[in-house]
Design a protein around this ligand. Structure first.
Ligand code: UDP
Ligand code: MG
Length: 314
């Protein structure tokens, strides 16, 4: 198999046929040796029906259907585990990732680049969102050890080597952007123009974006824990200075009782510092909790792959 294309789909009924047509057209121009792996992430609309229809008439179409919605990260992982291509592409089902780019990606991949990454500009994006995104990436860059670039997403072609490396990481809380960057290998970035989703609607809302943002920072290192430590040390430093000055003033000027404001102020300040620290520690413990359970990333309801499922599930 030369090329595998993994497409996670969640309620993409409105756009999936268009995506399938364009993807097939783009791949057919390159080779006949390809597979399209559509992962139905527990859609509640007609997505799975459409996928089965494509599969009936086209042997290049593979589908994997989950027992419920497990999230895009799990859907990508499932597709990647089943992909058998020398080169594997990950792309969204909404045509925001242009299939025509695959040919160019392949050229670079065959030159020896292990990750050929599509990078979009932010033209036509909501100004406010673009601003938040840019600020976020700058922040993540500071806070974590992995490098994330603005406009770089999951749209990319991976060599077999890079894909196998990616699959050795079996963590439950997956943050692919970070994992891609973590594995390294030779990278090539190609630029493309930002596009709006062809049909249907985005699955993101403000809450899920915040969660994603926090995941990005926490899943890659323990710098936030170190931040708690620094915060605590700074608080101790400040309070020592304050205690000393208080002590001296008592020594030289006698006890001066009114101190209601300072008392309340310190209680509030330190209460806040402690709660933040406990919260950060709690986030890590929560993650450990999910990791130690070692639950599967997804459960497959049906698929047209004829492989040993139980091996691939875990
Ligand atoms: N997706 C998925 N599971 C989910 C949410 C999204 O498989 O729980 C898929 C979705 O079908 C699409 C891709 O992830 O192919 C990106 O989703 P979307 O277009 O909603 O995100 P956006 O482009 O707005 O960031
Ligand atoms: Mg989209």
């Amino acid at each position: 198999m030369l090329i595998s294309v993994v497409v996670p789909c969640y309620n993409e009924e409105k756009v999936i046929a268009m995506t399938y047509d364009q993807l097939r057209a783009a791949l057919e121009k390159i080779t006949d040796d390809y597979e399209m792996i559509f992962v139905n992430d527990g859609s509640s609309d007609g997505t799975i029906g459409a996928l089965k229809r494509f599969a009936d008439s086209d042997k290049h179409v593979k589908y994997i259907s989950f027992s419920r919605n497990f999230g895009k990260e799990s859907a990508m992982l499932a597709g990647l585990r089943f992909a058998s291509g020398d080169y594997t592409v990950i792309m969204d089902a909404d045509l925001q990732h242009p299939p025509e780019l695959i040919a160019e990606m392949l050229t670079y991949a065959q030159e020896g680049y292990d990750q050929v990454i599509g990078r979009r500009d932010r033209d036509g994006d909501d100004k406010r969102n673009a601003f938040f995104a840019r600020t976020y990436y700058r922040l993540v860059d500071r806070l974590t050890d992995v490098k994330l670039a603005d406009g770089v997403g999951d749209f990319r072609m991976l060599s077999r080597k890079a894909l196998d490396a990616l699959l050795t990481m079996n963590e439950y809380n997956r943050f692919s952007k970070g994992l891609f960057s973590w594995i390294g290998f030779k990278e090539k970035i190609i630029h493309y123009k930002n596009r709006q989703r062809a049909a249907g609607e985005s699955k993101w809302n403000f809450g899920s974006l915040i969660k994603y943002g926090v995941d990005g920072v926490l899943s890659f290192n323990n710098k936030p824990l170190r931040f708690c430590f620094v915060l605590g040390a700074a608080a101790i430093g400040v309070s020592l200075v304050y205690l000393l000055s208080l002590f001296l003033s008592i020594l030289f000027e006698g006890i001066d009782l009114p101190g209601y404001f300072t008392t309340i102020f310190t209680i509030c300040l330190f209460g806040g510092v402690q709660l933040i620290s406990i919260g950060i520690i709690g986030e890590y413990i929560g993650r450990i909790y999910y990791e130690v359970k070692r639950r599967p990333h997804f459960l497959i309801d049906e698929t047209n792959f004829h492989t040993n499922l139980s091996k691939k599930e875990l």
